[in-house]
Design a protein around this ligand. Structure first.
Ligand SMILES: Cc1ncc(COP(=O)(O)O)c(C=O)c1O
Length: 491
């Protein structure tokens, strides 16, 4: 095995922070407990493949344990196929058995025995996508004479997205829209163009894990801004705190999810939106508003986009959207609304990585957008019933848990009453249930007392999933004897 060329190096203090509270309370040895905790971090993606771990002596000093303890831990991790070491080159996270391609474990959703609560995403609305795809394959014919490359996105889709913004109260022209490969690509592209290594990026805490990963992958520094406790156990963006954080950290940009925040479900109200726009203008801070879940309000249409509150023409307000949650994740269509000159800059920068989105999927999205209101109304009814069903079942089976009651989005944010989210994730995996542990949504091991639970499974399947979860909950003391070996993907 060769040393990965691009291995990220994790310092001893960084790893100590990630480990959080790892010391055993149950009489197990230090090395056993440390081994288990590192395996947990690998399992749920907090310690990515290829990360170089610190030298034994440095980690021992940072943790206040003997070097023998760390040596025994590394030896056990090597035995478990999680760590690879080479004399002179150090040690790095690597999974035995050839799984070295940093490919996150993405469950095979066709496997009837895997219950996936790690992805907060719905199956496609079958009939709607089928007929949109049939119509789009006819639309495609008109494009086949061209070369098919378009960095900005298909003009018809840019126009349809602009029209949707306009209908929601934010006047937008097609030249203000860039079509991306999902919102995740949009976030990464914005970070690439607007930030550099070492820049501070303000994020809500908790926040969307793949966005946090994108900030880190850019070499930028995420600055955590805690969400205040919000109504019904959700979160609340505290504008005073945001203002103080912007003053103290002077971030290059702020990345926020004001519409049914993932994972808490928080929704920023209209006065808060106005204050956010004012804050951006007053402080000159670029604010990236991630609207991926915006169309999924359960109580009716959500408030108009943040930028509609006085920031329609402000170059500081950038809006990211997606077809993934409202239509289907498999389309891989997202977008950025920004000032036209920035859209052109982003398109130019994109060319280093990809040369545009697939034409057929963009045409399908045009067709679906034409029907967005009817589709969201149908989803709203289903999701409200699913949210209430899950909350009801949780209160029967897990009376000590305190689930939120969000007014939109796809998941509950559940307070577990004890810092056991990672252990529950491992125990659940043994019962065929995939979870995203609370700390996936935080920095430095935070949110071990929380779990995100999507209400996206069919009712009968959800009931079976909760039965399995209940068994896992009863086995927490035995965790983690045999943690899994994959990087858990989340959405
Ligand atoms: C807040 C948020 N942003 C971005 C994404 C990524 O979306 P996409 O599938 O469009 O890349 C998700 C998906 O879960 C999300 O919840």
């Amino acid at each position: 095995m060769t040393t990965p060329m691009n291995a990220a190096r994790l310092g001893a203090r960084g790893l100590a922070r990630l480990l959080g509270e790892w010391r055993p309370s149950d009489g197990r040895g230090l090395a056993d407990a440390l081994t288990d905790r590192v395996r947990l971090l690998v399992l749920d993606g907090r310690l990515p493949l290829h990360t170089r771990v610190p030298a034994e002596r440095e980690l021992a000093a940072a943790l206040g344990v003997s070097r023998t303890t760390v040596a025994a831990t590394y030896e056990a991790l090597r035995g478990a196929g999680v760590l690879h070491s080479r004399r002179g080159a150090g040690s790095w996270i690597q999974l035995r058995g050839g799984a070295t391609g940093a490919t996150p474990f993405s469950p095979n959703t066709a496997d009837p025995d895997l219950h996936d609560l790690a992805h907060a995403a719905l199956p496609a609305p079958l009939e709607a996508v089928r007929s949109a795809a049939a119509a789009a394959s006819e639309d495609l014919v008109a494009h086949l004479g061209g070369h098919g490359y378009d960095l900005l996105g298909l003009p018809t889709l840019r126009a349809a997205i602009a029209a949707r913004f306009t209908a929601r109260g934010l006047p937008t022209g097609p030249d203000q829209v860039l079509v991306t490969s999902g919102a995740q690509h949009a976030i990464a592209l914005l970070l690439q163009v607007l930030t550099g290594p070492g820049d501070r990026v303000l994020v809500e805490h908790p926040s969307y894990p793949n966005a946090l990963d994108a900030v880190r992958a850019r070499g930028a520094l995420p600055v955590a801004m805690p969400l205040a406790p919000g109504p019904d156990g959700t979160g609340e963006l505290d504008l005073d705190l945001l203002s103080a954080s912007v003053r103290d950290a002077a971030p290059r940009l702020a990345y926020l999810i004001p519409d049914f925040h993932n994972p808490t479900g928080a929704l920023l109200d209209a006065p808060g939106r106005t204050r956010l726009v004012e804050l951006a203008r007053r402080t000159g801070t670029t604010v990236v508003v991630d609207e991926t879940l915006a169309e999924l309000g359960l109580d009716g249409p959500p408030p108009p986009p943040v930028a509609a509150h006085g920031g329609a023409d402000s170059p500081l307000l950038i809006t990211v959207g997606s077809a993934s949650k409202v239509f289907w994740g498999g389309l891989r269509v997202g977008w950025i609304r920004a000032a036209a000159p920035l859209v052109r800059r982003l398109a130019a920068a994109r060319a280093a990585q990809d040369l545009g989105g697939p034409t057929l999927e963009q045409l399908v999205t045009v067709r679906l957008l034409a029907d967005v209101e009817a589709l969201t109304a149908a989803r709203r009814a289903e999701l409200t019933a699913a949210r209430d069903h899950l909350r009801g079942r949780l209160s029967e089976s897990f009376p000590a848990w305190r689930p939120s009651r969000p007014t939109g989005g796809l998941s509950l944010w559940v307070e577990l009453g004890a810092p056991v989210s990672s252990r529950l994730t491992v125990a659940a995996r043994r019962h065929g249930v995939l979870l995203a542990a609370g700390p996936r949504f935080g920095l430095d091991g935070a949110f071990e007392r929380y779990l995100r639970l999507p209400y996206t499974l069919r009712r009968d399947r959800m009931d079976e999933t909760l039965r399995r979860l209940s068994s896992a909950w009863g086995e927490l003391d035995r965790v983690p004897a045999d943690a899994g070996r994959h990087d858990q993907a989340v959405a």
